[in-house]
Design a protein around this ligand. Sequence first.
Ligand code: ADP
Ligand code: ADP
Length: 230
Amino acid sequence: MSMIEFNHVGKYYGDFHALKDINLEVEAGETVVLIGPSGSGKSTLIRTINGLEPIQEGHLIVNGYDLADRKTDMNKIRKDVGMVFQHFNLYANKTVLENLMLAPRKVLKMDEAENKANAMKLLEKVGLVDKAEKMPSSLSGGQQQRIAIARSLAMKPKALLFDEPTSALDPEMINDVLILMQEIAEDSDMTMLVVTHEMGFAREVSDRVIFMADGEILEDTPTAQFFEKP
Ligand code: ADP
Ligand code: ADP
């Protein structure tokens, strides 16, 4: 089953046509990388998937729900589709552990002991157990991004969207984040859509590469084929 399906999707900012006739299917478990020049609509495209940007044309089916349908409850989609931003967007006034536990408690009504055990397991996975009681601002950018990824995983999502997750990081921190993303991608159940300039990640980890320009998808190619071109 398709996890994400764009069917002739159009998006406007006022008069500006930011997404033009987008057709795209992402299967459950796939890792897809989105590339293209700045301003081509990559960020807009992935933000439509969890309803951060409304669409005006076509249909966009995510996990079985049509975002073009007014009756669709966005919370149903956001529960299963996590998002990781360029600038982490952690809750600044909450500890690292609280950052991980907040949404599972509020949205999933997860049992408190289970929530904490799950959060600690995720901190272990991202190598930051010792930061559980720290505030986000005391962490490096790379550490904050790994916490942001762990926070997304705490909701046990079916899909994760990444909007330039390493673009705001110092070079020496990028690799830790990419390795973590690779581990998540290798979990065959997780669907990932990643906007990035990291072509090494695209080549090594993704199943498909999508190239956008001027609000259109110009190429949608299996990764091996994309990189064998002259
Ligand atoms: P990319 O992620 O490829 O850099 P974006 O999706 O951020 O591209 O932006 C695509 C185009 O839409 C750009 O021309 C940008 O200026 C415009 N745009 C993005 N967000 C808004 C907004 N909130 N209001 C108006 N125009 C926007
Ligand atoms: P990024 O490349 O990280 O998406 P941008 O500088 O393109 O950052 O956009 C930052 C914010 O400004 C986004 O929320 C985007 O929607 C908004 N934005 C981008 N272009 C425009 C625009 N032309 N008019 C209004 N808002 C915009």
